[in-house]
Design a protein around this ligand. Structure first.
Ligand code: TXA
Ligand code: MG
Length: 353
């Protein structure tokens, strides 16, 4: 199989993609965060094909994409929908880069949620994604459209590079506007826990519903809470993972990556090819003024604007990943707003090295 890339704004392409979804075939499609690999969320076999195409472990649950908040009641438990915070967040941030995790109804097959009794739901803020959900007439379960552990795709071409031989169709919607995945928030059973920092800054969520519980630290390779959470109780490692997808080695380029502040000299051997992911033009200048000669440099946001940096992050990593480098040096950014999601992804990429 070789994936065809079709323009997502072409009605015929959209109709073909919707028909494929209904027929149980996975289809890659654009969202405002990253590209997703979608399947009919109500069809366990179709969802199994998504896991298979990605080589994704079955313990990592998928996000279910719906077209409007009104659809929540079909898939989420009434007890959680009675929670005023859910309605408030949906009204304020949907469509948008926020996934809420609620207790699921029996309408959602177990394979979607990896056997958890909760389901992640979101309304994506992208016309092509919304039209696809509407035309298919079913909710669409979709992880990011990369091989498991690989870099998330923010362009159709990134999807083709990783999954081109495994899926039939990629809808092209141009570059993803936000560039990092959605913020995942656990609201089931009265909780308020950040499971993954993402495209919606935590500060904006807290302004709506008050302080969140501490973020769960990165999980280990088995999907169990890592050090930060383990300190909270002796039985921490026996507890099931809150968000099994938060494994530490994730979002990884194929080249080793380390995080190095701009004022720390980067020592490069004569025959070594090192790439720089700079936090700003000033950061690049600082690193080079300390003597480093980089074989490739990416500066997604010359002015250091976190919004622009997030939007260009995976794009830059994809380019560095294919530049024949020995290693990548990434500069850290302040952990406020989107900076949290950026640092989260960089740490995971670094941990995989
Ligand atoms: O922006 C996004 O969220 C993109 C686009 C395509 O919507 N999707 C995405 O999906 O990033 P994925 O599968 O790569 O990441 C989903 C994350 C994982 O960390 C997963 O563990 C978590 O959401 N998640 C999904 N359902 C969950 C649940 N019921 N409980 C806890 N965590 C859940
Ligand atoms: Mg992913």
């Amino acid at each position: 199989m070789t994936a065809r890339i079709l323009p997502g704004d072409d009605p015929e392409a959209l109709a073909e993609a919707a028909a494929a979804i209904r027929a149980g075939e996975p289809v890659a499609f654009p969202t405002e965060t990253v590209y997703g690999l979608g399947a009919n969320a109500l069809d366990p076999l179709a969802v199994a094909r998504v896991f298979e195409a990605k080589d994704r472990p079955r313990f990592d649950p998928l996000i279910v994409h719906i077209a409007a908040a009104e659809e929540l009641e079909r898939y989420a438990d009434r007890r959680d929908l009675a929670d005023a915070r859910v309605e408030r967040l949906a009204a304020r941030f949907w469509p948008g880069p926020l996934t809420v995790v609620l207790r699921k109804r029996e309408t959602i097959p177990g394979i979607v949620t990896a056997g958890l009794d909760t389901v992640g739901l979101r309304v994506p803020d992208h016309p092509i994604a919304l039209r696809l959900i509407g035309a298919a007439g079913v909710p669409i379960a979709a992880p990011s459209a990369n091989r498991f552990g690989g870099l998330s795709p923010t362009r159709a071409e990134h999807v083709r590079r990783q999954l081109g031989g495994r899926i039939g169709l990629i809808l092209d919607g141009g570059p993803s506007r936000i560039g990092v995945e959605s913020t995942v928030l656990l609201l089931a059973d009265g909780r308020r826990t950040l499971l993954r920092p993402g495209g919606l800054p935590v500060e904006e969520i807290e302004a709506e519903i008050g302080p969140l519980e501490a973020e769960v630290g990165p999980l280990d390779a088995e999907g169990r809470p890592g050090q930060r959470e383990a300190g909270r109780g002796a039985d921490a490692d026996k507890r099931p993972a809150l968000s099994p997808g938060r494994m530490i080695a994730h979002y990884a380029p194929g080249v080793p990556l380390e995080i190095v502040p701009p004022d720390v000299p980067v020592v490069i051997a004569p025959d070594e090819r090192v790439g720089l992911l700079a936090g700003s033009a000033g950061g690049q200048a600082r690193a080079e003024s300390l003597g480093a000669r980089f074989a490739a440099v990416e500066v997604p946001a010359p002015d250091g604007d976190p919004l622009r940096l997030a939007a260009g992050l995976f794009e830059a990593l994809h380019r560095l990943d294919t530049a024949g480098l020995d290693r990548i040096v990434a500069q850290p950014v302040p952990e406020v707003g989107l900076g949290r999601a950026i640092m989260d992804r960089l740490r995971r990429a670094a941990a995989a090295a």
